[in-house]
Design a protein around this ligand. Sequence first.
Ligand SMILES: [Zn+2]
Ligand SMILES: [Zn+2]
Length: 367
Amino acid sequence: MALPALAGAARAQAAPDALAHSQVQSWAAFDTSGTFAPHTITRRAAGPRDIVVEIMFSSICHSDIHTYKGDWGMPAFPLVPGHEMVGRVIGVGAEVRKFREGDIAGVGTMVDSCGTCANCRADREQNCLNGTTFTYNSPDRISGGVTYGGYSRKIVVKEDFALRIPPGVDLAGFAPLLCAGITTFSPINHWNLQPGQRYGVIGMGGLGHLAVKLAAARGAEVVVFTTSEDKLEDARAFGAAEAYLWSDEDAMRRLAGSFDLMLSTVPVAYPMQPFLNLLKLDKTLVNVGALFPVEGLQGMMMGFGRQSLAGSMTGGIAETQRVIDFAAHHGIAATYEMITPDQIGAACQKVITKDARYRYVIDMTAA
Ligand SMILES: [Zn+2]
Ligand SMILES: [Zn+2]
């Protein structure tokens, strides 16, 4: 009879340890070169509404690369990127309701926001009027330092900013849903893409390939525009009805004025007017990839077709849960290649040279 009591005592001891602040192995960039090296960071002690997640899979988003390269301003080095991660919950604070130890949780592009402004109250934490706390390289409201992302073995996060990952899914293939998935899912909700509508996806990398899968699952007629010839076949395999090279001038002429909605996932600036010309009257091209000055717009052409160019970035936590549940329901996951942490730098180079097919997922449990 002493045994259950002993086991109970052991559990009671284990839980506080899991919640204590800890030194955690991570992989960091120390400059803009794209080289990553092991680096030890401190994760805060978990508060009553925090969970501790042992990260299993973390995937590489082009934002990670833009950040270490300084494309969006010089980051705080050492930089630990990563905002697409899935792992096991190993500690829960006393007031946590959404998770239990042993559950699988995901963390995406943000870990905190004010929670009280109009946008936060409308489930748009990514647009927090008092400043969203992004998952890495962001001022940390709680620790006072800077946030560190998923290229790490462990993270401590408010349960409100963690996502439930349903059992039985491909966990590695689900990690990219946490940014690429929600980034491409939110526009088709906001602009209300309907079954049968013509939807153009420009660029088919990490974001674009998920855009195709998600929109095809909603019954849209998806058309892909890529610069890589070998992706034409993949586009159809992911559910696209048609796929064209950007250089296909015949197709660009023939498709003018035929789309209900378009999404640009290309991570660099390029002249957008040729694609705006493909929209029907009054329709919208949503840019989620090139977060830079927009190039090559023609006021006369846009006026003539009354087309809109819009921006969108990630999505709220509730909407992120929706894309995870939607993907689980439809059997959608990212197409990926698994790597180990020592391969992060090389994998980033392949993302830059468009050789990724289609996401690199880092096995964070590897030595
Ligand atoms: Zn991302
Ligand atoms: Zn807010």
